[in-house]
Design a protein around this ligand. Structure first.
Ligand code: NAD
Length: 441
C-alpha cells in the first residue's frame, strides 16, 4: 500500500499501533480501513478524524434464546455495530447468515458510514447480523428469534437513533416483525413515528414504493451516468452476475428493460450460461420455485471456472463479500466490474484488474440506491406521506447521478482510482461536518 510522505499521513498499521489495537493484515476490516485512510491521506485530513473513523463507536453483541418448534432450544448470537453518527442517526442493514462474524459486520458498518456520506444522506453508518441460516428454520422460529433480537437491542435502535433495514437473508416480513416488536415497547406518544425504526417494510405497513428494487435501480442509474463517458451504450452491454437474490434479480430485470444481455449467472446452487441471453423474469420465477439458479432449463449448466472466464462487457458481483479474489480476477474477461454487493473484490484482485485496464465501479456508489430509498421511506414515515413510484424513482435518480458525478470529479481532482475517489468524496463531507460540530466535549 502506498502513502504520501507528509507527516500527517498514517497507514492503518500506524493508526492501529497508536491505538494499541490488534490487527491482522488479511482481515477485511483492517484492509477496508487501510483504503479509507489512503483516501484520507490524499486529502490530508486531520489526525483525530483518522483515529475516530478507524474504530466503530459501539459494538453490541447479544445472545437470543430460540425455542424450536420441536421444543428444543438454541442460543443465537446477534450483533449491531454502530460505526459513526456525525451526519445523523446510524443506518444499515441486518443480515441473517450462519457464518457471519463481528469483523464482517464492522466492515459493513464502516462502508455504510462512507455510503451515506457519499450520497449526502443525513445518516451515519451501522450494520447488524444474526448468526443463523434463515433457510434452516421455520417461519414461526424466524419470527420468534427476530422479535427476541429486536427486544434485546432495545433502545440501541430507534427512528431517531439507529434504523436497521433488510440485507442478505432478511426481507420485508422480518422488518415488519421488528417494527411491530419495537412499536409494542414504544411510549404511546411515539407509536405513530415508531414504525420508522426500520426501513424496507412491506408497502401496506409503512414501506415505500420502489424500496424492493431500489439497489438494482440505483445501480442502473449509476451505469447510465458513467458508461457513456467510457464510450459504452448500456443497451449493447453483455454481463455476468454473481447472486440472484434481491440485488442481483432486480438488477437483471432492470437491465433487461435497457436491452443489456445477461450471459451467465452464479449463485449458491450452481452456475448457468446462455450465449443468446438469459431471460431475467423467467429465471426469477425459477429461483422463487427452486431456491436457486441450478436446473434452469433455458440455459446450460457450467462450472465455476467457466462462469468466471465467460467473455462479457460488465461483471456484476451481487452476492457476498470477497468473492472475486485474485484467482478469479485472473480468469475474468470483462471490461468493467460493477460492484453491486458490499466489498466483493479483494484488494489483490482489484490491483490486478486495474493493472489490466479493467475499471472497477465501487460498491459504496453502485449499491447506495437501497439506503437512499430507505431514507425516502423514513422521511415518508415521519411526515405520514405516501410517495408514488414515479416520485421515488425521480428522486433516486437525482441522488445517484449526483453521487456518480461526485466520484468522477473527485477521481479527476485527486488523480486516483474510483474506489479511493468514492471514499475521498465521502470523507470530505464528514470532515466538514466534524469541523462545524467539533468533537465533544
Ligand atoms: P440476498 O440474500 O437476497 O441474495 C444473496 C445472493 O447471494 C443469493 O442469490 C445467493 O444465492 C447468493 N450467494 C450466497 N452464497 C453464495 C455463494 N457462495 N456463491 C454464489 N452465490 C452466493 O441478498 P441481497 O439483499 O441481494 O444482497 C446481496 C449483496 O448486496 C450483499 O453484499 C448486500 O450486503 C448488498 N446490498 C444489499 C442491499 C439491499 O437492499 N438488499 C443494499 C445494498 C447492498
Amino acid at each position: 500500500m502506498e502513502f504520501c510522505n507528509t507527516p500527517s499521513c498514517q497507514s492503518a498499521r500506524e493508526v492501529f499501533d497508536e491505538l494499541e489495537e490488534y490487527y491482522d493484515e488479511s482481515n477485511l476490516y483492517f484492509r477496508t480501513i487501510g483504503s479509507v485512510l489512503e483516501a484520507a491521506n490524499l486529502l490530508d485530513l486531520p489526525h483525530q478524524l483518522k483515529l475516530i473513523l478507524s474504530q466503530p463507536k459501539n459494538e453490541i453483541m447479544v445472545h437470543c434464546p430460540l425455542r424450536m418448534d420441536d421444543g428444543t432450544w438454541q442460543l443465537v448470537k446477534g450483533y449491531r455495530v454502530q460505526h459513526n453518527n456525525v451526519l445523523g442517526p446510524y443506518k444499515g442493514g441486518i443480515r441473517y447468515h450462519h457464518e457471519v462474524k463481528l469483523d464482517e459486520v464492522k466492515t459493513l458498518a464502516l462502508l455504510m458510514t462512507m455510503k451515506c456520506a457519499l450520497c449526502r444522506l443525513p445518516y451515519g453508518g451501522a450494520k447488524g447480523a444474526l448468526k443463523i441460516d434463515p433457510r434452516s428454520v421455520s417461519p414461526a422460529e424466524l419470527e420468534r428469534v427476530t422479535r427476541r433480537l429486536t427486544a434485546a437491542l432495545g433502545n440501541n435502535i430507534g427512528p431517531d437513533y439507529d434504523i436497521p433495514a433488510p440485507d442478505v437473508g432478511t426481507n420485508a416480513q422480518i422488518m415488519a416483525w421488528m417494527a411491530d416488536t419495537y412499536i409494542n415497547f414504544a411510549e404511546s406518544s411515539n407509536k405513530v413515528t415508531a414504525r420508522g425504526v426500520v426501513t424496507g417494510k412491506p408497502l401496506e405497513f409503512g414501506g415505500s414504493a420502489g424500496r424492493e428494487k431500489a439497489t438494482g435501480q440505483g445501480l442502473v442509474y449509476v451505469l447510465e451516468t458513467l458508461l457513456p463517458g467510457m464510450g459504452r451504450d448500456i443497451a449493447e452491454q453483455s454481463y455476468s452476475l454473481i447472486g440472484f437474490g434481491n440485488v442481483g434479480s432486480w438488477t437483471a430485470r432492470l437491465l433487461k428493460e435497457k436491452g443489456a444481455t445477461l450471459r451467465a449467472v452464479l449463485d449458491h446452487t450452481g452456475a448457468i450460461f446462455c450465449e443468446q441471453g438469459i431471460d431475467a423474469d423467467a429465471l426469477g420465477k425459477h429461483v422463487r420455485q427452486h431456491g436457486g439458479v441450478a436446473g434452469f432449463d433455458q440455459a446450460q449448466a457450467i462450472d465455476e471456472a467457466t462462469f468466471y472466464s465467460t467473455p462479457v462487457d460488465l461483471f456484476i458481483p451481487a452476492a457476498l463479500e470477497q468473492m472475486v479474489d485474485l484467482e478469479h480476477a485472473q480468469m475474468m474477461r470483462c471490461k468493467v466490474v460493477v460492484e453491486a454487493a458490499n466489498a466483493p473484490t479483494t484488494p489483490n484482485a482489484e490491483s490486478y484488474l486495474l493493472d489490466k485496464g479493467i475499471e472497477v465501479l465501487p460498491a459504496i456508489l453502485c449499491n447506495s440506491g437501497g439506503v437512499t430509498v430507505s431514507y425516502f421511506e423514513w422521511k415518508q414515515n415521519r411526515q405520514s406521506e405516501t410517495w408514488d413510484a414515479a416520485l421515488v424513482d425521480k428522486r433516486l435518480k437525482k441522488v445517484m447521478q449526483a453521487a456518480a458525478e461526485r466520484v468522477l470529479a473527485t477521481s479527476k481532482k485527486l488523480n486516483c482510482n474510483l474506489r479511493l475517489a468514492s471514499y475521498a468524496a465521502a470523507l470530505e463531507h464528514i470532515n466538514k461536518v466534524y469541523g462545524m460540530r467539533g468533537v465533544f466535549p
